[in-house]
Design a protein around this ligand. Structure first.
Ligand code: GSY
Length: 171
């Protein structure tokens, strides 16, 4: 069994529903078991900023799938939940990214591990630090998520807030 961290994100309503459905679909897969879930965070959009806030979270899973097979499962769940790749970095019903796959460190056309942009993304690092504070990210000079969070601008960190479920006064 391999130990894997996945990032989930949605910024098209019903965001919470898309996240729940993606979790259900992952858990329903015979070769995937969800071990740990972070809180859900409301996060300001990064990159292409003229879009709605996201809900983001990170989960730890165990799987016997190989990395590219797991990628295919993630992409098929995205498709099933209506993800369209219209604007690069634009709004999405659901985004499922493989952050870390065991100790794998690889760069191929289809998949780079660990995820190449995770080190600069507060919306990934903060939930990852919540569920895996002791994890050393398997990159060259790999560090804990908290070490990368420390280097981020305050404004990025402030853009990531724990989101309480329905009825939240926050949104
Ligand atoms: O690959 C992640 C999609 N994405 C996100 C996201 O999930 N959350 C936030 N806050 N900003 C984002 N920009 C992109 S692209």
């Amino acid at each position: 069994m391999k130990n894997v961290y996945l990032a989930l994100g949605s910024n098209i309503e019903p965001r919470e529903e898309y996240i729940k459905k993606a979790l259900q679909a992952l858990n329903a897969h015979q070769q995937i078991a969800i071990i740990k879930k972070s809180s859900v965070y409301k996060t300001a959009p990064v990159g292409y900023t003229d879009q709605a806030n996201f809900l983001n979270m990170v989960i730890e899973v165990e799987t016997s799938l190989l990395p590219l097979d797991l990628l295919e499962v993630c992409q098929s769940i995205e498709k099933q939940l209506g993800r369209r790749r219209e604007i690069r970095f634009g709004p999405r019903t659901i985004d499922l990214d493989i952050l870390i796959y065991n100790q794998e460190n690889r760069k191929t056309e289809r998949l780079t591990l660990p995820h190449p942009r995770m080190y600069e993304r507060a919306f990934v690092l903060i939930p990852l630090d919540e569920i895996a504070p002791g994890l050393v990210i398997p990159a060259e000079n790999g560090k804990h998520a908290a070490d990368y969070i420390e280097r981020l601008p305050e404004s990025d960190i402030k853009g990531v807030r724990r989101w309480t479920e329905k009825g939240s006064a926050e949104e």
